[in-house]
Design a binder for this molecule. Structure first.
Ligand SMILES: NC(=O)c1ccc[n+]([C@@H]2O[C@H](COP(=O)([O-])OP(=O)(O)OC[C@H]3O[C@@H](n4cnc5c(N)ncnc54)[C@H](OP(=O)(O)O)[C@@H]3O)[C@@H](O)[C@H]2O)c1
Length: 220
């Protein structure tokens, strides 16, 4: 199974502002992302991204669409709102929510009633490795992970990411608490950092740079 991480970032490394606003990509970049979605069989996000952005996670801006990829949400406690765009469309677009054993049975049932598949993986938090093995067993071949920073950290730290694609927008937003491309607890030394190989760089309109890296990864 291949895993690609894609994100849009400001020059100062933020993927959202202090207030959680993350509309960083230009229209041209969004079209690129929707093409990437159309070539993936699932789009994965962390629950905070759903709570803050309320995304639909479908393919809309390209005509190269066969069918919408499945949506995969990593949500230990089952916090996804029942009126979120994802759950409102869960009966027609496959939606898989990974929760932990801590999620309430009643909430799990409400999610299932809306058409979502709910899979328990992990005791207190979602065990991402277990979740990825479930997805592999279900036949998924290419997962596109679209953030946020915590999920990016977990996937990168596990060493399961094949490709990292970052759009760097020529803007700075600052903010000590604004979410960065990769959150988590981080590494203490530069030499412990995750090494990547630069694959491709190109410029889009409005001065955006798209940078693609490949990583040595643990095969899942
Ligand atoms: N510019 C971009 O490309 C872009 C893309 C996506 C998001 N964003 C922005 O990023 C921000 C959200 O990012 P975030 O870093 O706060 O959160 P996130 O990565 O979206 O979600 C993190 C949450 O997922 C749950 N989770 C469960 N198991 C996990 C695991 N093994 N590893 C990681 N997460 C796990 C945790 O909540 P529980 O403990 O409740 O399970 C965790 O707090 C938003 O402001 C959004 O707008 C920007």
């Amino acid at each position: 199974m291949r895993i690609t991480v894609n994100a849009a970032m400001t020059v100062d490394g933020k993927i959202a502002t202090v207030s959680g606003n993350s509309k960083i990509s230009s229209k041209e970049d969004l079209v690129r992302v929707h093409k990437l979605r159309s070539k993936s069989d699932a789009i994965m996000v962390g629950i905070s991204t759903v709570l803050i952005d309320n995304p639909l996670l479908t393919v809309r801006l390209t005509k190269y669409k066969q069918k919408d990829p499945s949506r995969v949400i990593i949500d230990s406690c089952g916090r996804i709102p029942l009126d979120s765009k994802i759950l409102k469309t869960a009966s027609r677009i496959e939606t898989i929510i990974f929760v932990s054993e801590g999620a309430q049975k009643q909430k799990i049932q409400s999610l299932k009633d809306r058409g979502a598949k709910v899979i328990v993986a992990g005791r207190k938090n979602v065990d991402l490795i277990k979740a990825l093995f479930y997805l592999k067993k279900m036949g998924f071949k290419h997962i596109l992970a679209e953030g946020g920073g915590e999920l990016n950290w977990s996937l990168l730290n596990l060493g399961v990411v094949d490709k990292l694609i970052v759009t760097i927008a020529p803007i700075i937003v600052g903010g000590r608490t604004s979410t960065t491309l990769v959150e988590g607890c981080g590494y203490g030394t530069i030499s412990d950092g995750i090494k990547m190989e630069l694959n491709k760089v190109y410029r889009q309109n409005h001065g955006e740079l798209v940078v693609a890296y490949s990583l040595n990864r643990f095969d899942i």
